[in-house]
Every structure is written in structure tokens, then in C-alpha cells.
Design a protein around this ligand. Structure first.
Ligand SMILES: [Zn+2]
Length: 124
């Protein structure tokens, strides 16, 4: 039985190993707060991701991030039933579906923390 205030979940060996490797790297680089255990690290990651997801869902309930790689974000627009690809071009975002820089998909993409981070780094 876990301690009071804690729950046990089972994750795949693959997910565990991946998280453990990343945790060890961050410890080596001094990017993990002192005394932050591996369990706490995973715990904080989950909370961070769920909150991100909640925020996005609140902003545009009909849109969903389905993929993010290099310079491209795939967004599922359930209102029109299509996937919109938003590309990061230099310091800007461009929607391939609408061929615009100011459509709802671009607005939604800016709200994704990872995207916002990349853009603001480039604008510095
Ligand atoms: Zn668009």
C-alpha cells in the first residue's frame, strides 16, 4: 500500500526507461531541483502536461493538437473536420490550410507552450 496522499499506477517499461534516462541527464546537467526524486519528477511532468491540455481545451474546445515535429504543428479542427498544418517559418506561424498568418489555427498554435517557447526564443 502506498503512503497516504499517494497512488500507484503502472506504466510501460519503455516509458519508465525513457523518463529515467531523461531524469538522469537532467540531474547531471544540474537542471533538476535539489532533492527532487525521480517519482516527483514524473509526478510534475504529468501535472504540467495535463494542465497544458486543459488550458488548450478551454481556449478552443473544438481544436486538438495531434502532432508537433520540427517546424510543423498538426491541429485537428473538429469544427470543419480537417487537419490543419501550421508551419513555423522563421519567427512566424503560417497555416497551410488557410494560407494565412492570422487564422484560428495560428492563434491556437501560439497557445501551445512548446510552440510559444520556440517562437519567443527566435524573436530574442
Ligand atoms: Zn488555419
Amino acid at each position: 500500500m502506498p503512503k497516504e496522499g499517494f497512488s500507484v499506477i503502472t506504466i510501460t517499461q519503455e516509458a519508465h526507461d525513457k523518463a529515467r534516462t531523461r531524469y538522469n541527464q537532467k540531474v547531471k546537467l544540474g537542471q533538476v531541483e535539489q532533492n527532487k526524486s525521480f517519482s516527483r519528477y514524473v509526478n510534475d511532468l504529468i501535472i504540467e502536461k495535463v494542465e497544458e491540455d486543459e488550458n488548450l481545451a478551454r481556449q478552443a474546445p473544438f481544436m486538438q493538437k495531434v502532432g508537433l515535429q520540427d517546424n510543423s504543428i498538426m491541429i485537428k479542427d473538429n469544427k470543419i473536420g480537417r487537419i490543419a498544418e501550421v508551419q513555423i517559418r522563421g519567427k512566424d506561424l503560417v497555416c497551410m490550410l488557410d494560407d494565412r498568418r492570422d487564422c484560428v489555427h495560428v492563434g491556437f498554435a501560439y497557445a501551445i507552450p512548446d510552440v510559444y517557447r520556440v517562437i519567443s526564443e527566435r524573436r530574442r
